[in-house]
Design a protein around this ligand. Structure first.
Ligand code: HEC
Ligand code: HEC
Ligand code: HEC
Length: 460
């Protein structure tokens, strides 16, 4: 009798502990969601239910393509969703995967998404594909890492995902197997991503906001479901999910600073005109605001550049509606042109080798004032990168080089990776930021070395 009672007592305690743990987990999930919010939560939803929206359908392709074939519509959407950037390795075939994502926890490689039956996704059904893009679950049921931005793609309509698949399946299959991931324990435990998803993937399709205009709704769909701007420009929480409460306030990606693009007039893009913003998005350059480099240049080249003007305008209008947030890591004021004479201007505290290199290797294209004598693309004045005291992007541009457009006649920034030591790259970066920015930087040779190491591991 006594042992029986003791046993049922122990069972009750166990049940209680399990219930308490489940409740605690539920509370954590609830809090995590509440704290991070949704990407469009900032907008007034008004009193009208979503069904009260009577404007044009914000999903799908622009009007010009409404009558086009399924694959042509899929091509537009695949470009707009920028699948190519992540699923193509440096110099590799489009969509054949193998691009490295170097994370603090190890390296992850993107898989082949060409229609090859053995090494790609050729044997995937529409339902398999839909589940992967909306929920981050592979064909065999394993969980995918959120480096694949399914928490954004979850807002894509089923029809649009089907069109993307039709386009990918219209391309030639490529046999290619991505290298094995090198993630350390416990991060190699894919099932953990099921927990992550329950907290941070809303698994919800886009629904129009009846309180906002049709243009805003289209812009929201393009920005959130397709272009996933927030994946780079919104800061992340400890669990690597986007913190939508600081929407677009600036983030880091692959060693680059993706600046604040909220409406803040000083640290964001609040002082840019509508046409400057639209121009920067479609061409990667706006007069007086520098030129897009690195991950942003890639987004422009393989994705944004292909959007119709109406979609670019909708996107810009949506970005403008995001509430202003001031960032403290970039100065409020952008510096104006530097003195025309090289003997003037800031040099105190800077390795003299910086000026020497600038004079020998840079001034021809960038000028002593920072206003390029050759091309507006190379004008440094007004660029956020040279007004960023971390000088992160300046170092990246120096190591990688940069090229706008595909025309060989287009002006380009050469790579100085092989030409200079870590100390020299640091010196010239600090010189450029001191001369053309509003606050000096203190890049160290060690930081340059770390960036080179990262570039080596990711093969860029
Ligand atoms: C920001 C980078 C990024 C973008 C953009 C991206 N992907 Fe991926 N994708 C990845 C990574 C990384 C993985 C692998 C994740 C893993 O191994 O857990 C992946 C996995 C996948 C898979 C699973 C394949 C398999 O064999 O398991 C599919 C399907 C896929 N992506 C399709 C797409 C499509 C379609 C798009 C565009 C709508 C896209 N991806 C855009 C990074 C990206
Ligand atoms: C893959 C990451 C990535 C994605 C996706 C991305 N950006 Fe960027 N963006 C960056 C980086 C990095 C920079 C800084 C580039 C530089 O210094 O040249 C940048 C710069 C910008 C700037 C210039 C800011 C300034 O102060 O100079 C704007 C505006 C911008 N992005 C808007 C957008 C919008 C809108 C989207 C979505 C359509 C988007 N970006 C998508 C990474 C990204
Ligand atoms: C042959 C001409 C040329 C030379 C030489 C050159 N650059 Fe550039 N640079 C450019 C062009 C063009 C761009 C814009 C490229 C782009 O983003 O597509 C650029 C971009 C930059 C940027 C980024 C500006 C922004 O808008 O964010 C920095 C910083 C920079 N260069 C510094 C240097 C330094 C330092 C040197 C010398 C070590 C140098 N450049 C040499 C042509 C040149």
């Amino acid at each position: 009798m006594t042992t029986l009672r003791a046993q049922s007592g122990a069972a009750a305690v166990r049940t209680l502990i399990v219930v308490a743990l489940v409740a605690l987990l539920g509370l954590i999930v609830y809090l995590a969601r509440a704290v991070s919010g949704g990407p469009m939560d900032f907008a007034e939803r008004g009193t009208a239910p979503a069904a009260g929206y009577s404007g044009a359908d914000p999903t799908g392709v622009p009007a010009e393509l409404a009558g086009a074939s399924l694959t042509a519509r899929g091509e537009y959407l695949t470009r707009a969703a920028d699948c190519e950037a992540c699923h193509t390795s440096n110099g590799g075939q489009r969509f054949a995967g193998g691009r490295a994502f170097v994370l603090p926890i190890g390296t992850l490689f993107s898989p082949n998404i060409t229609p090859d039956a053995d090494t790609g996704i050729g044997s995937w059904s529409d339902a398999d594909f839909l589940r992967a893009v909306h929920r981050g679950i592979a064909r065999d049921g394993t969980r995918l890492y959120p480096a694949f931005p399914y928490a954004s793609y979850t807002y894509l309509s089923d029809n649009d995902v089907a069109a993307i698949k039709a386009y990918l399946f219209s391309l030639p299959p490529v046999r290619a197997v991505a290298p094995a991931n090198t993630l350390a324990f416990p991060f190699n435990q894919r099932w953990l991503m099921a927990l992550w998803s329950s907290m941070f993937n809303p698994d919800r399709r886009f629904s129009a906001n009846a309180a906002m205009s049709p243009q805003w709704n289209r812009g929201a769909y393009v920005a959130e479901a397709l272009e996933h701007c927030g994946e780079c420009h919104t800061p992340r929480n400890l669990l690597q999910a986007l913190n939508h409460r600081k929407k677009y306030a600036g983030g880091t990606i692959d060693g680059w600073h993706a600046y604040n693009i909220t409406g803040d007039k000083e640290s964001g893009v609040g002082a840019w005109s509508d046409s400057e913003l639209a121009q920067y998005l479609s061409a990667g350059h706006a007069s007086g605001h520098g030129t897009a480099a690195g991950p942003m240049a890639e987004a422009v080249d393989v994705s944004l550049h292909y959007l119709t003007q109406a979609d670019i305008d909708a996107l810009a209008a949506y970005v403008r509606s995001v509430p202003a947030i001031a960032s403290s890591d970039v100065p409020a004021r952008l510096a104006g042109p530097a003195p025309a004479s090289h003997s003037q201007g800031v040099t105190a505290g800077i390795d003299p080798r910086g000026k020497e290199i600038f004079e020998g290797a840079c001034v021809g294209c960038h000028g002593w004032t920072g206003v390029s004598p050759l091309t507006p693309y190379a004008t440094l004045i007004g660029a956020r990168a040279v007004n960023d005291p971390s000088a992160m992007n300046v170092v990246q541009v120096l190591l990688d080089g940069e090229r706008r457009g595909n025309d060989p006649a287009d002006p380009f920034m050469p790579s100085f990776q092989g030409a200079y030591s870590d100390t020299e790259i640091a010196a010239v970066a600090n010189y450029v930021v001191a001369r053309f920015g509003s606050q000096p930087s203190k890049v160290t040779p060690e930081q340059v070395a770390a960036r080179r190491q990262q570039a080596r591991s990711s093969g860029t």
